[in-house]
Design a protein. Structure first.
Length: 188
């Protein structure tokens, strides 16, 4: 089987995770790669399901042991990465891998798997709408929201490095467009 990877990146609040969850429901042969991080779990998040939660020291040890396909210090002492063992686990089952990663991680994964990966950049229609979505989530402080908005402006500069840009101004349409691209790529 030709193992494929589907990479989803976006600024926080673009709707990336919502799109990924719908895609996973609609494609039984796609499986989510659970990212690793060094932050605390948010309410309702489960270790090994939402993320692999590690302390900063544990994360750094895994970096030293070369256990990641890619990793990044997104904010000071906030590490995120993709464990090699996750991709191997999914491919051994005969499934395709789905990544929900930050833009640098997405670009790095695409570089390592240029021929069998399809990278999506999910964009909100505007920074103003992005800010509204972040506020409506109610999960971050004002300082965190401002940090994410500032980061979003930087992240938008990466959009052209992705294979497909999906503007999420209508969730149903964004999901359908994404599904069309996935189907075409699997059939290749």
């Amino acid at each position: 089987m030709n193992n494929k990877l589907f990479i989803f990146s976006a600024p926080s609040g673009s709707g990336k995770t919502t799109i990924v969850k719908q895609i996973l429901k609609d494609f039984p042969n796609l499986e989510f790669s659970i990212s690793a991080c060094s932050r605390n779990a948010r309410e309702g998040e489960i270790h090994g399901k939402d993320y692999h939660f590690f302390s900063i020291d544990e994360f750094k040890q895994k970096i030293a042991n070369n256990e990641f396909i890619e990793w990044e210090e997104v904010y000071k002492d906030h590490f995120y990465g993709t464990l090699k063992s996750e991709v191997e686990r999914i491919w051994e089952k005969g499934n395709h891998v789905v990544f929900d990663v930050d833009v640098v991680g997405g670009v790095n994964i695409k570089k390592q798997f240029p021929d069998n990966s399809l990278a999506f950049f999910i964009e909100a229609p505007s920074i103003k709408i992005l800010e509204e979505r972040l506020r409506n989530r109610g999960t971050e402080t004002e300082e965190q929201i401002q940090k994410r908005i500032n980061k979003a402006a930087e992240e938008l500069k990466y959009a052209q490095k992705f294979d497909r840009i999906i503007i999420n101004d209508n969730l149903e349409r964004a999901v359908e467009e994404t599904k069309k691209h996935i189907n075409e790529f699997i059939r290749r």
